[in-house]
Design a protein around this ligand. Sequence first.
Ligand code: NAD
Ligand code: DAU
Length: 352
Amino acid sequence: MKTYLVTGGAGFIGSNFIHYMLKKYNNIKIINLDKLTYAGNLENLREIQNNPNYIFVQADICDKEEVENIFKKFNIDYVINFAAESHVDRSIREPEVFVKTNVLGTVNLLNIAKTYWETEKGFKEGKKYIQISTDEVYGSLGETGFFKETTPIDSHSPYSSSKASADLMVKAYYDTYKMPINITRCSNNYGPYQFPEKLIPLIINNCLNKNSLPVYGDGLNIRDWLFVEDHCKAIDMVINSGRLGEVYNIGGHNERTNINIVKTVISYIHDNVDSSVTEALIKYVEDRKGHDRRYGIDPTKIKKELGWQPETKFEGGIVKTIQWYLENKQWMQNVTSGEYQKYYEKMYLKHK
Ligand code: NAD
Ligand code: DAU
């Protein structure tokens, strides 16, 4: 029985990953370590909270004692580090916590895993540390070309620079100590349980409440969207078969402008939920500082080496996603009460 330490498992991708893994395997144990910041939500895991193969620990990845306790208590085989401050706009306002969690937290996990996994003869068999990174570490593309694993790191925002720093520390543990690691760099995810500070759930929520739909700049920035379950499948493949020390890019060649995403959501809600929701709600607002223009992943390596393919086409995935938010209005109501209101007002009031 393999034991996975999943950090940040109460967030968007981490919780989807835990659901995916517990559905796929009945012979694994998952320890979910999460600080439960504003982005962490145990409601995301309600269906599996009593699963005997699942244990939740509320802790900070920067906390040496708490992380050590987990390694003392359980024979951890894999660390999958999702835990992060993940929102670019927040990093522009408050960069420090991004360095703390994303860089120092990663180093703390690496150090403790190394202590427990390293022997005089090298690292124990079957252990691996997986860093869940992002395509944003590569910076911004022009109109052509794609990010490859060999594309130089050229991060711009405090968020992406903190993720890039963490990646370099993970690489250092491989290069220096031969610690078994992989780094994955995925494009923008969408799907259930995403916190509505991110574009797609924010637009869905605002459409349903008939609030204006803030589009940064000219709306022509491009992101490469992947359904979250396809990301989870890729991570599972990297854990099992990724070559040690390697980076794997994950993306499905699904590039869209932001305005196209916004209009797609409006159109579905207009046709299926409320015909009074129209493009009149769109509001072009001040651009994000240092806004990366285009992201686009070249997924050739993970396809060739591990046989990964995305299964969900965007047209189906976005409908599935909108329907999930429609069926889980209480979830949305819970996450948008309290702190969220303050954040939203701070971010968007000036645009109203
Ligand atoms: P999220 O913000 O939804 O979730 C982050 C989780 O980490 C939350 O549960 C939060 O409570 C937890 N956390 C934050 N600080 C912590 C700390 N100090 N100790 C322990 N737990 C802490 O993020 P997400 O969108 O699910 O992203 C997960 C990971 O995937 C991140 O590392 C992010 O950089 C990466 N990523 C995200 C995307 C995307 O499109 N969302 C794409 C590529 C990579
Ligand atoms: O590319 C992977 C990254 O994708 C992850 O590493 C990050 O954790 C994740 O947050 C995401 O970053 P983005 O900045 O691309 O995602 P976000 O949803 O914040 O924004 C998507 C695009 O939409 C971006 O160009 C900014 C724009 N936008 C966003 C918001 C919230 C708007 O136009 N209006 C908005 O209100």
